[in-house]
Design a binder for this molecule. Structure first.
Ligand code: AMP
Ligand code: MG
Length: 390
């Protein structure tokens, strides 16, 4: 058996960053920027008024000073004259500040009669002007790799980037295996259960940036598994669920081997999730996850998500391990690294007493996986532990 860290690095060796494709800006949210992208203009492209008011020369701005209004500048409509001594231009937010002016007095501080204005309140020291290029300049970059959020899309739009280079989405094929499984909504016979892992993993991996194909459930026969593998053709990562341990009906290892899988490892010293196999099959990475619902989801979190990340271009990403103090004691851990379902509170972290790897209700309640190293001794309230946030 190998350690979780070793398994993770072997799994990462099975995948490589995917090529770039260009998508329209409107389709870029949630995608991963794969090349640095440079602004195609300055923003603002001109010195712009930040307020509604009057533009004039700062040297002339003082309480009770009077000016003649010689024109107007509104957003999208520049004033094309020059502001001279004793003159002002009516200006609105977003309008270019006219030549000759370098100060905007806000309209609340002005009284106006016809074309004459007087500064009637202390105008303050702010010029109320946004400098040309004050937000960003031509050539300012958004650096790759970066998962694009709504906020980034807004910035790229302002930069006039209408198409965006992103990493191709990793294609993942998910294969549930087992004679006992039916799809949600189907009517199970009394000895059957609903396939859950595929749905949880699909949601998880799509959130991580993958395109997930859910293949038909494979039955516990070599023929059915072989068909399932053939349907996975073209995927970057093939993930099977169940059938990976040593029972009479656990055929995934055998079938994958017969199809020519180059095995990287089998079995990891972790709880939950010991029977995990991985390798390369027909040009794709292949990971065989254990069938127990919690094991499958925890392995997805710990192993599959980093593989997706690497394919998206995050090559040196380390797990986001955080620390918190225990609000409930822990008994000594056994020989395997244990990922315990736990809840966070403002005071710290507490693991659930029951860690049965078939209990999805507890996984759904958990917001963290508390990490216990192999042979970690009993821990008391107040001691610090490591965890991953779910
Ligand atoms: P296996 O690894 O095939 O022996 O499966 C271990 C346990 O996980 C068994 O109780 C299976 O019924 C269950 N199981 C396997 N695959 C799934 C799945 N896709 N969804 C829910 N439970 C599953
Ligand atoms: Mg099975």
């Amino acid at each position: 058996m190998i350690t979780v860290d070793d398994a993770r690095s072997l799994l990462l060796d099975l995948v490589a960053p995917l090529p770039t494709e260009r998508v329209d800006l409107v389709a870029s949210a949630g995608r991963t920027l794969s090349e640095d992208l440079a602004a195609r203009r300055d923003q603002p492209p001109f010195a712009a008024s930040a307020m509604d008011g009057y533009a004039m020369k700062s040297a002339e701005v003082e309480l009770h000073a009077m000016f003649k209004v010689i024109g107007e500048a509104a957003a999208g409509h520049a004033f094309d004259g020059v502001v001279g001594p004793g003159q002002a231009v009516r200006i609105f937010t977003g309008a270019p500040v006219p030549e000759g002016a370098d100060f905007v007095v806000i309209q609340e501080d002005i009284s106006r009669t016809g074309d004459l204005i007087t500064i009637r309140d202390e105008p303050g020291s702010s010029s109320n002007i946004r400098a040309k290029g004050g937000d960003f300049r031509v050539g300012t970059t958004v650096d790759a790799p970066k998962r694009l959020r709504a906020e980034d899309v807004a910035l790229l739009a302002a930069m006039n980037c209408d198409t965006v280079p992103v990493a191709r989405r990793p294609v993942v094929a998910l294969i549930s295996t087992g004679d006992e499984l039916v799809m949600p909504g189907d009517t199970p016979s009394p000895d059957q259960i609903i396939a859950s892992n595929t749905f949880g993993l699909k949601a998880m991996l799509e959130q991580a940036g993958a395109e997930v194909r859910m293949l038909p459930i494979a039955r516990d026969t070599e023929a059915s598994l072989t068909t399932a593998f053939s349907l996975a053709d073209g995927a970057d990562l093939v993930v099977t669920i169940g059938g990976a341990s040593v029972g009479d009906h656990d055929l995934v290892g055998k079938v994958a081997q017969d199809l020519g899988m180059d095995r990287a490892f089998y079995k990891v010293a972790m709880r939950p999730g010991k029977p995990l196999m991985a390798g390369r099959l027909n040009g794709a990475a292949m990971v065989g996850l254990p069938g127990n619902p919690v094991s499958a989801m925890v392995c997805g979190e710990i192993f599959l998500k980093p593989m997706i990340q690497k394919m998206l271009g995050f090559v040196d990403q380390k797990p986001d391990v955080r620390r918190a103090v225990l609000t409930a004691p822990l008994t000594a851990n056994g020989p395997r690294e244990h990922y315990m379902r736990a809840t966070l509170s403002p005071d710290g972290i507490a693991a659930f007493d029951n860690q049965d790897s078939a209990m999805l209700t507890l996984l759904a309640k958990a917001d963290a996986l508390l990490i216990r190293p192999p042979h970690d001794p009993a821990r008391a309230v107040g001691e610090e532990v490591e965890y991953l946030k779910l």
